[in-house]
Design a protein. Structure first.
Length: 354
């Protein structure tokens, strides 16, 4: 029996874990050092050791496993750890490359199990390693979701665009709040521009003084020939220059507001450009896959959306159960209702669900 094949079934998973020839290892993962607890089911025994989060530490981590397995003639080995943070992924990848079975235990389960220990509820790395070992000994573990190498790489690449998208949204809020202070009469015209043009405009002319600095001819020659600036492009820049002398913004004798708004516009443009760069790299990585090509003909799904769906859901095979996919995505609706009058689901009664 293979854990990867039968580990999803609770009874078969416990049967696999309770095998007498199985060596169990619970690991508490941290940034610099990992603590482990190793033992067997019958007789119940355990040994604690630790290793550093380095190549040499991983080599020393494998030595007691090999020695214990060879000494006791154990043919099977199963390692459990908490999927907390990002440091467990390097250890999981290294253990899988060595051919060891790896499973996960819930972080909250380890935390609650610590409260039942006789030596108090104080958190230590050794206690967390023993908690993972004890949950594994009881068969209360689950398998990590297997992903193809290119899906794992795309998942790592997509973390940065998500962070950059949040950062860009945060900076845009600051920029929208700052524009009415420096351009009180002009900010509706600036906001009516397209986003790329508005960012370029604010990087050069964030205040009325900066618009009038080089004269009308230089201002119009710089901005009027630009294409894709929104509707009414030539007239809009003429209106901006005409209203600039009458705009009552903040007094800025030292140019601090102009510098702050220019730097903020540069930060927003840099966050958006870097976000597109990382997203394009992830999309190009998954473009040759057949399941990615199968998603693209669907309505409102382009390469960025397909690149976000595949790492989250895994490979899309022809025999995939659609109900399981909907449940995995968190889109299945569960109805909880009380009372004697509601005896049918809302969609059958005629009332809308939303």
């Amino acid at each position: 029996m293979s854990l990867q094949e039968d580990g999803r079934n609770p009874s078969q998973r416990k049967e696999y874990v309770h095998h007498p020839d199985l060596l169990l290892v619970g690991v508490d993962v941290s940034k610099a050092k990992h603590h482990a607890c190793m033992g067997t089911q019958t007789p119940m025994s355990c040994r604690k050791f630790e290793c550093t989060h380095t190549r040499e530490g991983f080599r020393r981590f494998e030595q007691p496993l090999k020695a214990h397995r060879d000494q006791n003639r154990r043919q099977r080995l199963l390692i459990a750890m908490e999927p907390s943070g990002i440091y467990w992924q390097a250890l999981d990848e290294r253990l899988n490359s060595w051919g060891y079975g790896v499973c996960l235990v819930h972080c909250q389960a380890v935390r609650h199990h610590r409260k039942t220990m006789p030596d108090g509820t104080r958190k230590t790395d050794e206690k967390d390693a023993y908690s993972s070992f004890d949950w594994l000994r009881q068969g209360k573990c689950f398998l990590p979701v297997a992903r193809a190498p290119e899906l794992q790489a795309a998942s790592r690449l997509l973390r940065r665009p998500r962070a950059l998208k949040k950062r860009g949204s945060h900076l845009r809020h600051h920029l929208r709040a700052a524009i009415p202070l420096t351009l009180p009469a002009l900010h509706p015209l600036v906001q009516a521009l397209t986003q790329p043009t508005a960012l370029r405009f604010l990087q050069v002319n964030p205040t009325p003084t900066s618009m009038l600095r080089n004269g009308q001819r230089h201002f119009l020659e710089t901005w009027q020939p630009r294409s894709r600036c929104g509707p009414g492009r030539p007239e809009k820049f003429q209106q901006l220059y005409d209203l600039a002398p009458h705009s009552m913004g903040l007094a800025d004798p030292y140019g601090s507001e102009e510098f702050a708004l220019t730097a903020l516009a540069h930060d927003v443009a840099d966050a958006l450009a870097t976000h597109q760069l990382w997203l394009a790299q992830a999309s190009a990585l998954l473009a040759p896959r057949t399941d990615c090509q199968g998603l693209l003909p669907l309505p409102r799904i382009g390469p960025p959306t397909a690149a976000a769906i595949l790492p989250a859901m895994g490979a899309l095979s022809p025999d995939t159960n659609g109900t399981q996919r909907v449940t995995l995505a968190g889109l299945d609706i569960r109805v909880f209702a009380s009372g004697s009058r509601l005896r049918k689901r809302p969609d059958t009664v005629g009332q809308p669900l939303f």
